[in-house]
Write a protein that binds this ligand. Sequence first.
Ligand code: CMC
Length: 431
Amino acid sequence: MEEKALLTINGKNYELPIITGSEGEQAIDISTLRKLTGLITFDPGYANTGSCISTITFMDGEKGVLRYRGIPIEQLADKSTFVETSYLLINGKLPSQKELNGFSVMLNDTSLVHEDMRHFFSNFPRSSHPMGILSSMVNALRAFYPEIPERSEQEELNLTVTRLLSKIRTMAAMSYRISRGHSVVYPRHDYSYAANFLNMMFETPVRPYEIDPDLVKAMNVFWILHADHEQNCSTAAVRLVGSARVNLYAAISAGICALWGPLHGGANQAVIEMLDEIRQNGSNVGTYVARARDKNDPFRLMGFGHRVYKTHDPRAIIMKKWCYKVIEKLNISDPLLDIAMELEEVALKDPYFIDHNLYPNIDFYSGILLRSISIPINMFTVLFAIGRLPGWIAQWKESMEDPEWKIQRPRQVYIGLNERDYIPMSERKDK
Ligand code: CMC
């Protein structure tokens, strides 16, 4: 029997359908609510609102589960590569060897960036944040790679998708090199996606970069763990902006801007800045935990808490393991890792953090991993953006293919002034 929710407003009953997802989660379908009742719902931050039906990513925040297209994140981090996981997210299935080879060839073929775009990079002030540069450059790609009417829609889409995935990595490395005053290193056809990125970042004419397979694997794991996270702030931005039917580059550019924020992707940078501040102030971890629970102090422990996870973030568990692995492999000791471990221990025993279900999230560890690979701090969120790109593309594609899709246009409850007359300037008084 079809389940229904019964809503009573001023003594009048309304039946609303209940929809059930493939993992059993249920939602009340209120799409006809305003038409039936004249009322809208009010849900600031959308914490109780399902904005779409999706087949891409499943999260269970209570149990700490994350799966892409049904496959647990643990298995993908262990066995897959970022390129294969991107294919999985975007196309809905794991590729055959032939499909994967074809995808890799396309990524290689589209990895160069139009030479004229290099002038843009050089003209941004040196102090610019790379996330601002990246969002501008991704948007600018449309101008350099316009649609060609001779191509079929499918060909155009495949090309745009591979261009984005491939060029974002080249542009990220370019922005770093140019900001340092270093020459640009071009991608190599004989290197994998992650190896190429590391090489473009760190190769110099006087010191060739030696590819370390463990670091390549660590980069792959980092990007796989970030590849999608259902309707988070930046993905919702991509879907919302995309719903106006802008081109994919513009929608992704909007996603990058949303990701920049310290409450979202920018948290990986904010965590390292916080850990460094703790170190500089004598490593007194307890003081910072006390500040985080003080209602009169706006300070929050960066890298703790999540809108959906009310237990351990499954990505954080894997990321923590890789932090240790890389630090051990490179034989480095990072005082920030020690502070992070102490902070985690103190916070996890603290009644405030227990009561609020605040656990370390992926960003708590990801900055430490990137730091150990010598990625500069202002590039951390850029690396998150590279990782999230296949998710944004898959979500945008799903929304474009949805026959029920409408432009996203929320409503509001107006609490401003009621109608009043315009006052001529001569009659207005200073306070
Ligand atoms: N430190 C101290 N208190 C916190 C924290 C924190 N990091 N996070 C949440 N709280 C408290 C908050 O003060 C509130 O307390 P109360 O109910 O007593 O007023 C309660 O927990 C709920 O917080 P909220 O802001 O309503 O929760 P939210 O779901 O809107 O926010 C969050 C989620 C991730 C924005 C938030 O936990 C936060 O600001 N964390 C720090 C930033 C961070 O690490 N962000 C990365 C998220 S993971 C990467 C990604 O997917 O983007």
